[in-house]
Design a protein around this ligand. Structure first.
Ligand code: XMP
Length: 326
């Protein structure tokens, strides 16, 4: 039997009871596969790797070593949430690496979008490899591969970037959710007690804010991006839009615009609000957000985020526009 193929009679996990049954079954399977050996996991804080981490912690506790790499391109509070939930809440064996300076140094002077993506991905492999070499006795690598990853690619989750580890660092894979669809992974996440803010999280690209700080990543624009994104999320949440809009974020372009502050002309940053609804991200529409919400977000960004003098709402559907700006 092809173990990467979902059996036709496999029941869809749609209830907490079914999720609990799946968890019990996987805990047994993981214990059997791993024994008393150690397992390494790149924990990004995304839904899939978080659910795999919680599942493995339930099965093997501290035999799981989670590595969370903060590439400096995370949204505001994201790494802190990973530490809070996994280290403080679940007592996980978690290695936190703040690689912000290393990434920003590598990305200096790079403005081409695909080159940026490549550097971010390659650096992740390097850091993960360095950590793996420091640890001894690791025989397994856990991955948050889910069924659409297997169907759409060759089973290697591109943004997890672990397909690129060198020959001498070959591990046996542990992929407990590889036959599940996203909604099932979320159901399992809730049953494991993970919070909604993590389980129902909207998609966030592997290269993170790196593809939303357009062109060369500069610290002031990256900070304006992170702060404006946090305000947008806060206000959409307050307005009850978090469950209604599929993905929303801000973008900071690599040009400036004239403004006026304290009677003087300034040359400051624009911030673009992007919000979309979609089923599969192949095409997308732009929701008609209440004017009052857009205005409140705008007012807050203009008054709270340093160096921003303009806020725009992107009205472009996909196609012809993509969801991300680069
Ligand atoms: P586009 O911009 O192609 O985005 O309409 C479709 C969906 O994919 C996400 N996206 C990415 N995810 N690495 C990722 O892991 C990437 O490089 C990347 N680029 C786009 C995007 O956020 C949207 O949900």
């Amino acid at each position: 039997m092809d173990c990467n193929k979902r059996p036709e009679n496999m029941q869809r996990i749609t209830t907490p009871e079914l999720a609990n049954a799946f968890i019990d079954e996987q805990v047994k399977a993981i214990k059997k596969q791993v024994g008393d050996k150690k397992v390494l996991l790149a924990l990004s804080g995304g839904v899939d790797s978080s659910v795999v981490a919680a599942l493995l912690i339930k099965a093997i506790g501290k035999q799981l070593v989670c590595v969370h790499v903060n590439h400096g391109l995370m949204r505001k509070g994201e790494s802190e949430q990973v530490i809070e939930i996994f280290q403080k809440g679940l007592d996980a064996n978690l290695i936190y690496i703040d690689a912000t300076e290393r990434y920003l140094e590598k990305l200096k002077g790079v403005s081409e979008p695909e080159a940026k993506r490549k550097i971010i991905g390659a650096e992740f492999i390097r850091i993960f490899e360095e950590e793996a070499r420091k640890l001894s006795g690791i025989e397994f690598l856990a991955q948050g591969t889910i069924y659409p990853d297997i169907i759409e690619s060759d089973g290697v989750k591109a943004h997890h970037n672990v397909g690129g580890l060198p020959e001498d660092l070959q591990f046996e894979l542990v992929e407990p959710v590889k036959l599940l669809y996203k909604d099932e992974v979320r159901e399992v996440g809730y049953a494991l007690g993970l919070p909604k803010s993590m389980v129902a999280r909207q998609p966030f690209p592997g290269p993170g804010l790196g593809v939303r700080c357009l062109g060369e990543i500069e610290r002031d624009r990256l900070e304006a991006l992170r702060e404006s994104d946090a305000i947008l999320r806060e206000e959409f949440d307050l307005a009850g839009l978090t469950d209604k809009v599929w993905q929303f974020f801000t973008v900071v372009p690599n040009f400036r615009s004239t403004g006026v502050r304290d009677g003087k002309r300034v040359f400051d940053l624009p911030v673009i609000i992007r919000a979309v609804n979609t089923v599969d991200a192949m095409s997308a529409t732009v929701p008609e957000i209440d004017w009052a919400v857009l205005k409140k977000v705008t007012d807050r960004i203009l008054s709270e985020v340093k160096g921003v003098c303009r806020v725009l709402y992107d009205l472009s559907p996909k196609a012809p526009a993509t969801i991300e700006w680069e």
